[in-house]
Design a protein around this ligand. Structure first.
Ligand code: UDP
Length: 164
């Protein structure tokens, strides 16, 4: 049984298991296990399916890049699993567990990471993770509009100021 003994307020990040990984139960299990093994608290989780409009909206910063069309089609090609994960260092920790974006770099330079071990191509690279606390807030609101970030962070502040 894992021990949870956090000493700082818990930060949130948005993690996504992309369609390539969710299509294969063994890969999905491996990624999910990585989340649990690293003592993330799963605050919310849901399966969802994007239409191309959702993919275009979420990745609008990449519109015009050579991979944009491929990315949009891929992200709406099947179901995904979205998570709100909490940890003292949630954003950085999940990014480092995922590994680099490009598959050759992940394979060569980051074996043991999710993308290094399980990524198929630069596009079908298994997972997404917010790249900053600000992106995490924006992306959590995108995937979980009913979730109150303000309430979460207020509660965390009270908990760690006054003790549990
Ligand atoms: N992507 C791609 N080809 C590239 C770079 C990125 O298909 O050369 C896709 C890939 O799925 C990646 C997503 O676009 O995860 C978003 O790219 P970003 O640079 O934001 O990387 P990430 O934050 O996901 O590591």
């Amino acid at each position: 049984m894992s021990m949870f003994c956090w000493t700082r307020p818990l930060q949130l990040t948005l993690a996504l298991i992309k369609p390539d990984a969710l299509a294969h139960p063994i890969i999905f299990e491996a990624v999910h296990k990585k989340i649990l093994e690293n003592n993330f608290l799963i605050v919310r989780s849901k399966e969802l399916y994007w239409g191309s409009t959702d993919s275009q909206k979420f990745y609008c910063e990449h519109s015009g890049r050579f991979f944009y069309q491929r990315l949009v089609e891929f992200m709406s090609s099947g179901p995904m699993q979205a998570y709100i994960l909490a940890h003292e260092d949630a954003v950085q920790l999940w990014r480092s567990l995922m590994g680099p974006t490009k598959v050759f770099r992940a394979r060569l330079m980051a074996p043991g990471t999710v993308r290094g071990d399980l990524g198929l191509t630069d596009t079908r690279n298994t997972t997404h993770g917010s790249d900053s606390k600000e992106s995490a807030c924006r992306e959590i609101a995108f995937f979980f509009p009913e979730f109150s970030l303000n309430y979460w962070y207020q509660e965390q502040e009270i908990l760690y100021r006054t003790g549990p």
